[in-house]
Design a protein around this ligand. Structure first.
Ligand SMILES: C[S@@+](CC[C@H](N)C(=O)[O-])C[C@H]1O[C@@H](n2cnc3c(N)ncnc32)[C@H](O)[C@@H]1O
Length: 304
């Protein structure tokens, strides 16, 4: 694993979860094939459909997973739309995994613009996508910038930051942007001050919350029988979406809270929550892979 550009988070827990599956698992975020190859290696009865929107990840993992040829199908695109087709046409989907977020290679390759030290402003996971970080930073209104800095970056001085961006733009690189905003950024002990700023812009550029919501909606509509749905998120907003969706899926009675008695039939549960609390990285993994520190995995099992 150390020789690959990305160390998969919660690798033991993901392997364990899918090790007895007999059927297809959809890896919505194949990336550099870390989770995909662990699942394929540990379970010979598992077939994989793997999705990514990043051509670099597709090229890398097509080679990496080639030894599993007839057990793997790789699809390029956004998982929100690709999964719909898969769920409609493949009838033994027994698992869905999404490891939402950015890969180490995307972060480390400066030309992709994900790092605050980058010489450009891009951040598109799919290089053919229309919206880039440059559009967001240089063209969004102050109100729009404030909203994303507050909601996605949870930055308390979002108003000040938005007004500095508007008064000093255009920016041509992430480095220029983060250097300009550095004096106004909160000083965290563990993370670089610009990390939250970059994260907020990245979430907007790649519509990360919209992607997650649509993925969950498509799974809810398809109700793949007996499938384990595992979502790994790195942001509190994403984790909240997953937590609330799973709680709603588990509910049997969907009558309004104020109803005096149940009239809905009390048979609406789609299955059960497997993880009452999110699974997080253990100490040895945190040491080996510091990027796992904010990963949270929640699992839901669809009824059969
Ligand atoms: C954290 S990495 C996944 C790493 C992977 N689990 C591994 O072990 O190598 C996330 C990957 O998902 C992809 N991705 C993120 N959001 C996506 C989306 N909405 N549709 C398709 N791919 C997406 C990114 O391009 C990136 O390669």
């Amino acid at each position: 694993m150390q020789n690959t550009p990305h160390i998969p988070v919660l690798y033991r827990e993901v392997t364990e979860l899918f090790k007895e599956i007999d059927g297809h698992v959809v890896d919505c975020t194949m990336g550099y094939g870390g989770h995909s190859s662990l699942m394929l290696e540990s379970n010979p009865s598992l077939n994989l459909i793997a999705i990514d929107q990043d051509q670099t990840a597709i090229d890398f993992s097509t080679k990496r997973l080639s030894k599993f040829t007839d057990r793997v199908m790789i699809k390029k695109g956004r998982f929100s739309s690709v999964i719909k087709d898969i769920l409609e046409n493949v009838d033994d989907i027994k698992g869905v995994l999404a490891d939402i977020g950015v890969s180490s290679l995307q972060l480390d390759k400066k030309e992709r613009g994900f790092s605050y030290e980058s010489d450009n402003l891009d951040m598109r996971m799919d290089k053919d996508a229309i919206l880039s970080a440059a559009n967001v930073v240089n063209e969004y209104s102050a109100d729009e910038l404030e909203k994303l800095l507050l909601e996605y970056g949870e930055l308390r001085n979002y108003k000040k930051l938005a007004s500095v961006i508007v008064s000093k733009r255009p920016f041509s690189s992430a480095k220029e942007l983060s250097d300009t905003l550095k004096p106004y950024m909160p000083r965290g002990k563990k993370i670089h001050p610009a990390t939250l700023l970059m994260q907020a812009i990245r979430i907007e550029v790649n519509d990360e919350l919209g992607e997650l919501k649509t993925l969950l909606k498509n799974i809810e509509d398809a109700k793949p029988k007996g499938a384990k749905i595992a979502i790994i998120s790195f942001h509190s907003l994403e984790d909240r979406i997953v937590k609330q969706t799973f709680a709603r899926w588990a509910k049997s009675c969907i009558c309004p809270a104020e109803a005096m008695r149940c009239t809905c039939g009390n048979n609406h549960s789609l299955g059960k929550i497997i993880t009452k609390k999110p699974i997080m990285a253990q100490d040895d993994e945190l040491k080996q892979n510091p990027r796992s520190r904010s990963a949270k995995m929640r699992v839901f099992e669809m009824g059969s």
